[in-house]
Design a protein around this ligand. Structure first.
Ligand code: PMP
Ligand code: GLU
Length: 385
């Protein structure tokens, strides 16, 4: 039997918990069991028709070869225009890298800017892949808890101030946030700016849920703040706002030197994002506003439905202001709760401990109200609520 000698970089990380649980749900489904899958963060809507048509047209027009590595000029220009419309006018087309999914963009940023022993700070609960990507790059992680503050950053600024130092290389901010749906206040972002400038840190601002905000909340992009223009790396993608998870299309905006250096990782790994998908991305950015708002409104109605239902059961939940996740407080042993939920009630959720915050289960509510009702009924029946 051959013994394989695996590289440290894979031995120090675990598989993605979000994907592992949705795989388990898919296996149960394959065995004929109906699972309400509230695990993976994926809109239940089909991609808007105009985007699908644009992909077909691009295929017909023969856009099937490699593209320029950082992306087709038309898409990089459209992304720069979107950034500018959001006040991020420091990013011209040359500051944009188009990637196969936002995940690949984040991975490239970590690989480009973080090496063994560098310090990366995460705000807990934090999306599962930040920790893995930082560790693969060799980072030492520090974590600041926001769960004690209803997932808000502003009241956690003192802790963040104590945690970061001149040794800190990078902070990751994700608002609206996965797994909690919190939108950080302007004062919180200004606090981040002050610390970033004082300690000369880079900040990744993961804005993949930017279009999905509720209650007329205004979401400020960190990179628009004075002093943050050239130290913010802004990540975004098409998966969530345009219901395009399977298309694998994302991007980041960054200072040109960073795009150039990341371009080496990009060119030597993925070459480029899929050609006709990039053409569809232009259509998504330019002609899909109405569908984005319709989906956002549906997520908001589902959030309201769940909040009311939990409230009527006496379950206290922090109301999310964006994204499509909420954190359900469960037993301390959230892993066991989630196992019971999938095994006994056939409702798939993700344990909070996967995000650094035990005692919760993350629910992704990008599902129809009927399915959410079904999930509640099943959890209640199994005595899990
Ligand atoms: N950031 C966050 C916070 C996410 O939840 C996701 C979802 N996978 C991503 C980035 C990356 O998404 P994608 O690779 O599908 O663009
Ligand atoms: N971001 C989504 C989630 O948290 C998709 C799965 C993943 O890429 O982790 O469920």
């Amino acid at each position: 039997m051959t013994e394989y000698d695996f590289a440290d970089r894979v031995e120090r990380v675990s598989p993605s918990a979000t994907l592992a649980i949705s795989n388990k749900a898919a296996e149960l489904e394959a065995d004929g069991i109906d699972v309400v899958d509230l695990s993976v963060g994926a809109p239940d809507f089909d991609t808007p028709q105009n985007i699908k048509d644009a992909a077909e047209e691009a295929l017909e027009a023969g856009h099937t070869g490699y593209t320029s590595s950082p992306g087709i000029p038309k898409l990089r220009e459209a992304i720069a225009e979107k950034f500018a419309a959001d006040g991020l006018d420091q990013y011209g087309p040359e500051n944009v890298m188009v990637t196969p999914g936002g995940k690949q963009g984040l991975f490239e940023l970590f690989q480009t800017l973080i090496q063994e022993g560098d310090e990366v700070v995460l705000l807990d609960p934090a999306w599962v892949s930040y920790e893995a990507m930082a560790k693969i790059a060799g980072a030492d992680l520090k974590r600041v808890d926001t769960a004690a503050h209803d997932f808000q950053l502003e009241p956690a600024l003192d802790d963040l101030t104590e945690t970061v130092s001149d040794e800190t290389d990078m902070l990751v901010v994700n608002s609206p946030g996965n797994p909690h749906g919190a939108v950080y206040s302007d004062a919180a972002l200004e606090g981040v700016r002050d610390l970033a400038v004082e300690h000369d840190m880079l900040v990744i601002s993961d804005e993949i849920y930017k279009e999905i905000v509720y209650d007329d909340v205004e979401m400020t992009s960190l990179g628009t703040l004075d002093g943050m223009e050239d130290r913010t790396l802004t990540l975004n993608g098409f998966s969530k706002a345009y219901a395009m998870t399977g298309w694998r299309l994302g991007y980041f905006g960054a200072p040109e030197e960073i795009v150039e250096q990341a371009g080496k990782i990009h060119g030597h790994s993925v070459s480029c994002a899929v050609n006709f998908v990039q053409h569809a991305g232009v259509e998504a950015l330019q002609n899909t506003d109405e569908a984005v708002v319709e989906m956002r409104d549906a997520f908001e109605r589902r959030r309201d439905f769940l909040i009311d239902e939990f409230e009527s059961r006496g379950v206290d939940i922090v109301e999310p202001k964006g994204a499509f996740y909420m954190m359900l407080p469960v037993d301390d042993d959230d892993q066991a709760w989630c196992e019971d939920a999938i095994g006994g009630a056939h409702v798939a959720t993700v344990p909070g401990s996967a995000f650094g915050t035990p005692g919760y289960a993350r629910l992704s509510y990008a599902k129809s109200t009927d399915r959410l009702q079904e999930a509640l009924d099943r959890l209640e029946e199994a005595d899990l609520l």
